[in-house]
Write a protein that binds this ligand. Structure first.
Ligand SMILES: [Zn+2]
Length: 263
């Protein structure tokens, strides 16, 4: 059965098979996503993704053992911190927030945690955390990447010529539109390109030589820092629905592996 963690009473929680129930913890962020998409884009996508996972899973397997934790609305957004509206935790604050959350869940007997990463900047912290928690507490902290951006059905939604689509681009903007079109001001869209890396193959592909990028690396064609990658102008709600449905399908196969994982 899939339930919202916060809806249960203490008594109901005591009855849960906590050893085998997955706690799905969606990790959002509050950060700039260009002039066209809301600051809460990652949180909005996180909620939509979890709702779609639930919808698909309940049709397939109503007994699927999972608790949905509330979306953690702030994350590590250092790369965007100079753009207006971004609110970031420091890496150590974010690490400790997630660490303390996991320790609390472990104290009550939960063994399978699934961090759903809905903002790429959170990923390095979660990777470190997963290993530390596993080694210290003997629990199984998995992490899943929310958007199946490389999936052919998702790639097929991206407009021709939009080769840099990434943060705040067509795909993310489409997903917000699938939730609520009134949150997107598509007429303010401008494409962003990674000017700092455009002639540098090693950096661009994350090869042997790499650097942590900041949002200012992404500029408009006339050189204005814009902090988004790709061209949101082709975004539509229908594309967003395809991306969310496809991503949820991919995530469900991961969640089934977590269910079958022996701690
Ligand atoms: Zn985002």
């Amino acid at each position: 059965m899939i339930r919202n963690f916060r809806d249960l009473t203490r008594y109901e929680m005591e009855q849960v098979d906590r050893e085998n129930t997955i706690v799905l913890i969606p990790l959002g962020a509050l950060e700039q996503h260009g002039s066209q998409a809301p600051l809460g884009t990652d949180d909005i996508i996180a909620e939509a993704m979890v709702a779609e996972i639930r919808r698909q899973l309940e049709l397939e397997d109503p007994d699927f053992p999972m608790m949905l934790f509330p979306v953690i609305p702030l994350g590590l957004s250092t790369e965007h911190k100079h753009f207006c509206g971004t609110v970031t935790l420091r890496p150590e604050t974010y690490y400790n927030l997630l660490y303390d959350t996991a320790v609390s869940l472990s104290r009550h007997g939960f063994k399978k945690l699934a961090f759903l990463i809905c903002h790429g900047g959170n990923a390095p912290v979660v990777q470190v955390l997963s290993r530390e928690l596993r080694s210290e507490l003997g629990i199984s902290p998995f992490f899943l990447s929310s958007g199946a951006f490389g999936h052919p059905d998702v790639q097929a939604t991206v407009s021709e010529g939009n080769i840099w689509d990434f943060h705040g681009g067509e795909m993310e903007t489409s997903m917000v539109m699938a939730v609520d079109e009134s949150l997107v001001k598509l007429e303010l869209s401008e494409p962003g390109i990674p000017t700092a890396f455009i002639n540098n193959t090693a950096l661009k592909t994350g090869g042997a030589c790499s650097i942590g990028w900041v949002s200012e690396d992404w500029k408009t064609v006339d050189g204005k820092p814009i902090g988004i990658g790709g061209d949101p102008r082709g975004a539509t709600a229908e594309k967003g629905r395809i991306i969310i449905e496809t991503s949820a399908k991919v995530l469900i196969s991961g969640l089934k592996e977590i269910r079958d994982w022996k701690v």
